[in-house]
Design a protein around this ligand. Structure first.
Ligand code: NAG
Length: 369
């Protein structure tokens, strides 16, 4: 039952097996860059860096993976909230302080940089990351990172995800982001970002989620946004955005969530949004005026329709009862008047959906006289 001596093809395969670990091992320059990256961080509770020992950073270093072909470091994936055994053993989520060292920019084959939900990492986004041509994912959500988004971020031609939500980022949204033709997911929520949305946002043709709520953005909603065919989720809420809601948003292909609440929008609500594919619509706490258009129909399907805290007047249109579905409806704190229609969806709503209007009456409010 002896093993036949390696000959020909088998010999070549064995030889490859022997030399391949060398191909995958960590180049000294990447090793040095990762050690400098680690030196700028302090993770006291879980011990994620304990495995960062020896010289082969491509092998069993927590959160590090390398490219098969080049043997270079391709991914840094460090999440403070994780189901990994390390975290289960520590019985806690992660906490890390320090900053993201510009040494990461020496990892010139880096494809993803995820340093997320560590709550305590401060400092700035290193400017030099815009010189990493292979970068596809930047995910720094849930830290205390300050400073601005690098002005030349638009040079990252492969970028698909830019998530810096829940930090302390200030400054404006660089106009160059609109050069990110492959960007699919933009999440800047809950920072201190000021200034307008770039006029040419519509150039980001691949964008499916544009989440910028909870900042101090001003200016108007660029109509070019309607040209983003794949946009499914637009959250511009809790900013200082002004002007009217562009009519064209109600005709967008796949837009299903539109949150514009807590801004300074004025003018009429475009009729199109009530018979569009939008199913989650929050326009609460703006200065919207005019009437609720009588255009609801079988295409109107809303899990949320929140128009509260505006200046809407007139009655509740009868056509609302023809909507395919309305789950949560809030028309409170407007200047509406007249009888609340019967039937669905009105039969399951509470008075809170209608309170603080001028003269609404009927169930669930008091009877009309
Ligand atoms: C709509 O937005 C307002 C203001 O930001 C918020 O208070 C409310 O909870 C939102 N409505 C729904 C149904 O989520």
């Amino acid at each position: 039952m002896g093993v036949p001596p390696p000959t020909g093809l088998i010999g070549v395969l064995l030889l490859l097996l022997v030399i391949s670990p060398a191909v995958h091992s960590c180049p000294p320059s990447d090793l040095a860059a990762l050690l400098a990256f680690k030196a700028a961080l302090h993770e006291p509770y879980v011990g994620i860096f304990n495995s960062w020992a020896g010289t082969d950073c491509c092998h069993n270093w927590y959160g590090i993976s390398c490219d098969q072909h080049s043997g270079r470091v391709a991914d840094i994936s460090l999440r403070g909230v994780s189901e990994e055994p390390l975290f289960r053993r520590a019985h806690r989520t992660g906490y890390m302080t320090g900053y993201i060292s510009p040494a990461v920019c020496r990892l010139t084959r880096l494809s993803s940089l995820t340093v997320a939900d560590w709550k305590g990492i401060s400092g700035k986004i290193p400017r030099c990351i815009t010189s990493l041509p292979f970068l596809r994912i930047i995910d720094l959500v849930g830290n205390r990172i300050s400073g601005t988004i690098p002005a030349d971020i638009g040079g990252l031609q492969r970028l698909t995800v830019l998530n810096v939500a829940d930090n302390q980022i200030s400054g404006g949204i660089p106009t160059s982001v609109t050069n990110l033709r492959g960007l699919m997911h933009l999440d800047l929520r809950n920072n201190r970002i000021t200034g307008p949305l770039p006029k040419s946002v519509g150039r980001m043709r691949m964008l499916s989620r544009a989440l910028v709520s909870g900042n101090q953005l001003s200016g108007t909603i660029p109509t070019s946004i309607c040209g983003i065919y794949r946009l499914a989720d637009a959250d511009l809420s809790r900013n200082q955005i002004t002007g009217p809601i562009p009519e064209c948003v109600g005709r967008m292909g796949v837009l299903s969530t539109l949150n514009l609440d807590g801004n300074r929008l004025w003018g009429k609500i475009p009729e199109s949004v009530f018979s569009s594919g939008i199913s989650d619509l929050n326009l609460s706490r703006n200065g919207l005026s005019g009437t609720i258009p009588d255009v609801f129909g079988t295409r109107s399907y809303f899990t949320v329709l929140d128009l509260s805290y505006n200046h809407l007047k007139g009655g509740i249109p009868e056509s609302v009862s023809r909507a395919a579905y309305i789950g949560h409806l809030d028309l409170s704190h407007n200047h509406l008047c007249g009888r609340i229609p019967g039937g669905p969806p009105f039969d399951h709503l509470e008075a809170s959906s209608f309170v603080s209007n001028d003269c609404l009456c009927g169930r669930p409010l008091s009877p009309c006289s």
